[in-house]
Design a protein around this ligand. Structure first.
Ligand code: C2E
Ligand code: MG
Ligand code: MG
Ligand code: MG
Length: 289
């Protein structure tokens, strides 16, 4: 198994295995039962304020603890869940769990939840969100939905209407992986995003030597500021990258340099001790995780 970019997660398909219909069938069957067997769990990665390094939001990142295969990466099973049509069920479970767990966190901490474009496209997406917010009683202003540019490939009129509805319900909207998808600046003009997440491919190697990535990060931050949106620089690993994205004015920061995705229990211990600040650490720290 090849080590994935995510800490402690492995890819189980070699390219040949993934083409085997048999193997695919097995993962499908397993995934259908994963929720019922309680094999899915949520880890949280802090997104910190660029000035104070205090946690502003926690991004919920799904994990599959497979009894035989170990931890399966979401990059691997989310696409399968989408194809199987069970992503909506999984997505609703994640939203509800996060809304419950968030209420044990300090009031100033928000949660960020990834929404699959397939889930977003389903007719009852809004009513499911509305129901879960009401059921859990969470303050919607503490919930950020992370959406990728791919939602703009669908029915644009519906997408914009749904965004307005979600905003009216009090939720916050973030555009995830900005700059890697079907970016069109008109979407930024028309859609009510609160936050732009600058994809890690622009952050990686955003150093003095690599001026191209730096120029792009700087331009994205400038544009977001003019549109009154916050910016998150994703995937910061090194001190160089941190210095550059901070220098370019990103308002929020996320990456292994601060913390990899961790358990809610670990976070609650920190919060109990009033430790909201995450200090940048050297690679020898997170490589050991
Ligand atoms: P994403 O939303 O862009 O999440 C960021 C990914 O980057 C996460 O991978 C995170 O662990 C990883 N990451 C964070 N900091 C660093 C860093 O410094 N270096 C590197 N190399 N990577 C870093 P993860 O957890 O494997 O998730 C992959 C993708 O799976 C997510 O990308 C998201 O698109 C999707 N995903 C995760 N959880 C959910 C979920 O509950 N629902 C849906 N629909 N998708 C999810
Ligand atoms: Mg995300
Ligand atoms: Mg992202
Ligand atoms: Mg991504």
């Amino acid at each position: 198994a090849a080590k994935d970019a995510g800490r402690g997660t492995y890819h189980f398909y070699s390219s040949q295995l993934s083409q085997s219909a048999d193997f695919r069938q097995r993962i499908e069957d397993d995934l259908r039962d994963a929720l019922a067997r309680k094999e899915l769990l949520i880890k949280y990665q802090p997104i910190v304020d660029a000035k104070t390094h205090k946690v502003a939001s926690l991004e919920a990142l799904l994990r599959w603890e497979h009894p035989e295969r170990g931890q399966v990466s979401p990059a691997e099973f989310i696409p399968v869940a989408e194809e199987l049509g069970i992503i909506t069920e999984i997505g609703e479970w994640v939203l509800e769990q996060v809304c419950i767990q968030l209420q044990s966190c300090p009031d100033e901490v928000r949660a960020a939840i990834n929404v699959s474009p397939i889930q977003f496209a389903s007719d009852d997406f809004y009513s499911a969100v509305d129901r879960i917010l009401a059921k859990t009683g969470v303050d919607p202003a503490r919930v950020e939905l992370e959406i990728t540019e791919s939602v703009f490939v669908g029915d644009l009129e519906r997408t914009l209407k749904l965004f307005k509805q979600l905003k009216r319900r009090g939720l916050r909207l973030s555009l995830d992986d900005f700059g890697t998808g079907y970016s069109s600046l008109s979407y930024l003009r028309d859609a009510p995003f609160d936050k732009l997440k600058i994809d890690q491919s622009f952050v990686r190697g955003c150093t003095v030597e690599n001026n191209n990535n730096g120029a792009l990060v700087s331009a994205i931050v400038g544009m977001a500021k003019a549109l009154k949106m916050e910016t998150v620089a994703e995937g910061i690993e090194t001190k160089d990258e941190l210095a550059m994205v901070t220098g370019h004015g990103a308002t929020h920061l996320q990456g292994y340099i601060f913390s990899s995705p961790i358990s809610i229990e670990e976070l609650l211990v920190r919060f109990e001790n009033k430790e909201l600040e995450f200090k940048p650490r050297g690679p020898e720290k997170y490589r050991a995780e």
